[in-house]
Design a binder for this molecule. Structure first.
Ligand SMILES: [Zn+2]
Length: 327
């Protein structure tokens, strides 16, 4: 079990600015980061992902905090470590799409991207990480650079792709084929994260699963994407507005739907099951429990039979709703 969506959740809590989405919270309100780590840990996440998503040179420039680059990265890994030790969690270093990779100018842009990953992961390694998650990769080319840098550091590599487009990465590789190429280059875990909800991520991940023999990861967003609107970026409100990123609430899945995803993912052979943007502790707990686990936060899991009026049938009704929704 993994859990992500730190940037989205801390934005909702008032600690990160939507737009740039730079995790300034790491330096400005470290306790807020630790609290969310702790909530995910209690909910069953076995990995504390250091909040270094978008804490790279390109993005820090946007908010004028390039000088905070090293302290922000180091502090993020420290915070993840502090909370991981409260349980038995692994700590993952985290890198992502840089917005600097240019398929029209691969050679020059690759060296910029590589330098960004090397500095971020160099600091992370010194602070202590167990493995690295390279995620929301729009380009296979950029993902391969990330993989090489992780391998230089002799750390296990989890590399997952963004799936904003219908079938292909932005540099034209079918998602399944791109995962196979990452495996051929030595990735330890491959898969998908972000962009797609359970309904539209699972079919692709099934193909990935049957195409590779290594571990497979799936971390969808908890939104009701569908064949017509396969990504949360494509969802439209009833008035036709783009819902991403600030009008997404009407599309949120409920906890039972995410629990169902966890069961389905395990059934098709996914090894690393998690959640991405929009994720919150109640989903993670429901997913962990669906996988048969009792987690620290299970102490406060629903017990509707103890409600004076509603009673146990309410929880039963929720489950029936889920069955209806599925059919
Ligand atoms: Zn995400």
């Amino acid at each position: 079990m993994g859990a992500e969506g730190y940037v989205f959740e801390l934005e909702r809590r008032g600690y990160i600015k939507a737009g740039p989405y730079v995790p300034e919270v790491v330096l400005d309100f470290p306790d807020a980061v630790k609290e969310l780590h702790r909530e995910f840990l209690r909910a069953g996440s076995e990995v504390m992902v250091a909040l270094t998503y978008y804490a790279h040179r390109e993005k820090l420039k946007v908010v004028g905090r390039e000088n905070d680059l090293e302290t922000m990265n180091r502090q993020a890994v420290r915070l993840a470590n502090e909370v991981a030790r409260e349980g038995d969690a692994l700590v993952a270093g985290n890198i992502c799409n840089t917005w600097a990779y240019d398929p029209q100018n691969v050679k020059a842009s690759s060296s910029i991207v590589r330098a960004m990953y090397e500095e971020q992961l160099g600091w992370a390694l010194e602070e202590g990480i167990d493995f690295v998650i390279s995620e929301t990769n729009d380009y296979l080319g950029e993902a391969l650079i990330a993989l090489e840098v992780i391998q230089q550091l002799k750390l296990p590599a989890m590399v997952t792709l963004a799936t904003v487009q219908q079938n292909h990465t932005r540099d034209g590789y079918d998602y399944v084929e791109a995962c196979k190429i990452l495996v051929d280059h030595g990735a330890d875990i491959v898969g998908l994260n972000c962009d797609r909800g359970p309904a539209t991520m699972l079919p692709i991940i099934e193909h990935v699963r049957s195409a590779v023999s290594c571990y497979v990861a799936a971390q969808p967003v908890p939104y009701k994407t569908n064949a017509q609107y396969p990504t949360f970026e494509s969802l439209r409100t009833s008035r036709g507005e783009q819902a991403f990123p600030l009008l997404l609430e009407p599309f949120l899945c409920n906890r039972f739907e995410m629990a169902e995803f966890a069961r389905n993912a395990r059934a098709v052979g996914v090894n690393y099951i998690g959640i991405c943007c929009g994720g919150a502790p109640h989903y993670v707990r429901a997913m962990a429990e669906a996988l048969g686990r009792t987690v620290p936060a299970s102490k406060y899991s629903p017990a509707m039979e103890l409600h004076p009026v509603l009673g146990a049938q309410v929880e039963e009704k929720h489950r029936e709703f889920l069955a209806d929704w599925k059919s």
